[in-house]
Design a protein around this ligand. Structure first.
Ligand code: ASP
Length: 322
């Protein structure tokens, strides 16, 4: 018997339509999930599909309200015994952020798989249909259960925590740096090799069931001559700050001076793609090391941490667990 997979469609390039077969100059979030699926009859051989159009937007317009809606919808639908897993179609720009948010807030061990595409549906050799087909294969696979939220892209399976966008245009743009893929898909068959080591889904302490919004966190990117007054401005508008520091989380003396005076939690990440920030790297005592989370993922964990506490030691602990 075919398993049932719920597709939650949010838009992005996978649902993008252009006037020509070019890869640029198209409108993301133009096709509905049902239209996308009509072009891939093979999906019906793998699973029975229920398609839900959550929104149909460019993923740069994703908001915390949409994240909360997605997590709450998945948590409710996962109770249904007939549902084997979930696929979320999503723009690639912020796909990694939605994936990590869900990795920390979904309370189910059923597979939750995000996918998208780098080329719009109208381009030559569009990558969306294969990515969606493979995502449905993973979402209906027993091997994907209990692995946290996953991302399927160009034949590879990634964990939500380590996946990131690495190119503005290549079809293999979604990757995971030095952490790598945890599995692959080939002709519809799922091959899983690794298990994510950090705590996720039902094992996290984050409960978003009654939430309508997340605390605001600002990300500041350090570079030569970066204006430290922007830190004070960000602190006046946010409940926390993430710094994309240079190297292993470093910044100037003038930045350091202002940071020591801030009263909101400050998490230090890096503008470097790979690598870990350890507490020994920290220049200011009142900061938290982001481990190897990118600034955009550190911001998600800080936003969720702030739903529970503003205590720096407790936040530090969360940055070692998740
Ligand atoms: N701007 C698009 C989006 O993130 C890019 C993509 O989907 O590849 O929605």
């Amino acid at each position: 018997m075919r398993k049932k997979v719920v597709i939650l469609a949010t838009g992005g390039t996978i649902a993008g339509v252009g006037a020509t077969a070019k890869t640029a100059g198209y409108r993301p979030g133009s096709l509905t999930a049902d239209t996308l699926l009509q072009g891939i009859p093979e999906v019906a051989e793998v699973a029975e599909i229920e398609a839900v159009q959550v929104c149909n937007i460019n993923s740069d317009d994703i908001t915390d309200a949409i994240w909360l809606d997605l997590a709450q919808t998945i948590n409710a639908m996962a109770q249904d015994e007939d549902v084997a897993g979930f696929v979320i179609t999503h723009g690639t720009d912020t796909l990694e952020e939605t994936a990590y948010f869900l990795n920390l807030t979904v309370k189910a061990s059923k597979p939750v798989v995000l996918t998208g595409s780098m080329r719009p549906s109208t381009s030559i050799s569009a990558d969306g249909p294969m990515n969606l087909y493979q995502a449905v294969c993973v979402a209906s696979s027993d091997a994907a259960a209990g692995k946290g939220v996953l991302v399927v892209f160009s034949d590879r399976i990634y964990s939500a925590r380590s996946v990131t966008k690495t190119s503005t245009y290549h079809v293999t743009a979604i990757a995971a740096g030095e952490m790598g893929a945890i599995g692959v898909v080939r002709d519809g068959k799922v091959y899983m090799y690794e298990t994510p080591g950090k705590r996720h889904t039902a094992d996290t302490e984050f409960d978003i069931s009654g939430l309508k919004a997340l605390p605001k966190v600002s990300i500041l990117y350090f570079a030569v001559d970066a204006d430290p007054e922007l830190l004070r401005f960000a602190a006046s508008r946010s409940s926390g700050i993430v710094i994309a520091g240079a190297g292993a989380g470093e910044f100037s003396e003038s930045y350091k001076q202002v940071i020591t005076e801030l009263s909101v939690p400050v998490v230090v990440s890096s503008r470097i793609d790979d690598g870990i920030i350890i507490p020994d790297n920290l220049l200011c005592e009142n900061t938290v090391a982001a481990d190897n989370l990118s600034p955009q993922k550190a911001a998600i964990l800080l936003r969720l941490a702030l739903t529970r506490t503003a205590d720096l030691d407790q936040i530090r602990e969360m940055f070692t667990i998740y």
